[in-house]
Design a binder for this molecule. Structure first.
Ligand SMILES: Cc1cc2nc3c(=O)[nH]c(=O)nc-3n(C[C@H](O)[C@H](O)[C@H](O)COP(=O)(O)O)c2cc1C
Length: 474
């Protein structure tokens, strides 16, 4: 089955009952893969043709790979399988007698070189953003089948590498290693623990060799250094946070969720005119608050650590200016103390009571937003741009992997905004190219406590009618 046939609306994903729970079959397991890492379209222009995927990626370079690890399913033998986006197919890496029930494991990995050949050192950050987008994409896609998705925070990077065969150095081009990122459990049951899963794999027959992207390479030694410094050991759990009860999300769209997901596109230009209606704007921000049991925030168990500062240009009924959305109730004091003392921190008239949105300063910030986003016009011409401030004071030598996870969280916020924008009939674009120092200076931000990790912009897109478009899978 292709996910196109799932009759689940966008709004149904957030309703108390959720989508009806589907059986764990190989066809159904394919849907979350298709709606996250799968192709969404082929575009063409002037004789060039390129594929796009359901998950976005900096430069469309797609460093993130996916592995399905499953027990015997009708039509699919138990083992470790690599997902091939181009074919919407699986290739077997290892057979193993996994015998759990009630769900599958899904691992995400990243090939830094795919971004580094173009972006150099910044590639490490982009790979983490991309992983965050893919995590959220998988969570939404699993929710379409009525399956919960959960990040298995207790697995270490070496364990994920052993599970996916990344530690089999001879299977990968030496110069293009693949790094373990995240492991998810998808399904209604309880996940197995690492030790029995890995022991089922001992002595397993492995097959397959990874492709090489480039014949030539340039070294970016900081990338392996940062990767090594931010590795996560096994056996460490996330710090569980209590989820505050929140009112149900307002309705956004009765369109089929799979259509919105496959139709998601990054805007390349905005019209610079059309405002967003305030209720739409509030719904998009509301979807950034963590609600228990709802995608994609049910994936994470920690309190939110990323808080957007918004540069509002065109929202009906809202003064243009700088705003802050405080995603965790306890973070208000810390954010206030870390920024300019003369910001207003005023509640916004007409904003739903439960939405912790504060006006910092009424101001026309269009030029600033573009400048701070590497002079990209999309940051000024949309309805609003946001800079994601991530907590930094708890990233320590004792928990260095939190550095990577903060980028994942920022990427997840980006994915929510992409899809919420589509549900509102407009578009978004992730902005990985931005000047963090410029934002830090403008906010007089204490960078020991918070840093700007990602930008995002939302507005009414100008569609380039010259591009040809075909379905992802013929
Ligand atoms: C982490 C990240 C950073 C991005 N940075 C930029 C950017 O700075 N400027 C831009 O125009 N697009 C940016 N994009 C959008 C990508 O170019 C886009 O996702 C890619 O071309 C694929 O197109 P699609 O999103 O329509 O599938 C970014 C996307 C991601 C996920």
């Amino acid at each position: 089955m292709l996910a196109d046939e799932l009759p689940v609306s966008w709004d149904q994903l957030f309703a108390a009952a959720g989508a009806p729970q589907q059986a764990l079959t190989v066809g159904n397991v394919g849907c979350p893969l298709q709606l996250s890492l799968g192709l969404s379209a082929w575009k063409s222009f002037n004789g060039n043709r390129w594929a796009l995927r359901c998950n976005p990626s900096s430069g469309n370079l797609h460093p993130t790979e996916g592995y399905l690890i499953c027990p015997d399913l009708p039509g699919l033998p138990a083992g470790v399988h690599h997902y091939r986006s181009d074919q919407h197919g699986l290739e077997r890496r290892a057979s193993a007698p996994f015998a759990w029930s009630g769900g599958v494991l899904l691992a995400l990995t990243g090939i830094h070189w795919r971004e580094a050949w173009k972006y150099g050192m910044r590639a490490f950050r982009y790979c983490q953003h991309d992983c965050g987008h893919a995590l959220a994409a998988l969570s939404y896609a699993a929710a379409l089948l009525g399956w919960p998705a959960r990040l298995l925070a207790d697995w270490g990077d070496d364990e994920i590498a052993a599970l996916t065969g990344l530690d089999r150095a001879a299977d990968f081009p030496a110069i293009e290693p693949e790094a373990a990122e995240a492991l998810l459990w998808i399904g209604p049951g309880e996940p197995p623990t690492a030790a029995p899963v890995l022991s089922s794999l001992s002595g397993a027959p492995w097959s397959g060799l990874a492709n090489a992207l480039s014949p030539k390479h340039r070294d970016w030694p900081d990338i392996p250094a940062v990767a090594a410094a931010t590795r996560k050991p096994g056996g460490i759990n996330a710090l569980l946070a209590r989820r505050e009860p929140l009112p149900a999300l307002a309705q956004a769209s009765s369109a089929p969720a799979s259509r919105l997901i496959r139709g998601r596109r990054s805007a390349q230009a905005f019209d610079g005119i059309t405002p967003v209606a305030a209720p739409r704007f509030y719904r998009m921000l509301d979807a950034l608050l963590p609600r228990a049991g709802q995608p994609p925030w049910s994936l994470l168990q920690e309190a939110p650590c990323v808080h957007p500062v918004l540069f509002v240009h065109r929202v009906d009924g809202l003064e243009p200016g700088i705003y802050c959305l405080v995603r965790a109730p306890g973070a208000l004091q810390a954010l206030r103390a870390a920024m300019r003392p003369d910001w207003l921190w005023q509640r916004v008239a007409g904003c739903p009571d439960h939405l912790p949105l504060y006006l910092l300063a009424p101001l026309d910030t269009r030029r600033f937003a573009a400048t701070a986003s590497c002079h990209q016009a999309i940051a000024a011409d949309g309805a609003f741009m946001l800079a994601m401030l991530a907590r930094f004071d708890d990233i320590s030598p004792a928990r260095p992997w939190l550095y990577r996870q903060r980028f994942w969280e920022a990427g997840m916020l980006g994915q929510v905004l992409y899809l919420e924008a589509e549900a509102s009939g407009i578009q978004g674009t992730g902005i990985g190219c931005y000047f963090d120092d410029v934002v830090h200076r403008a906010l007089e931000l204490d960078t020991e406590r918070f840093q700007d990790l990602y930008h995002f912009t939302v507005g009414t897109a100008m569609i380039d009618a010259r591009l040809g478009s075909e379905a992802g899978y013929a």
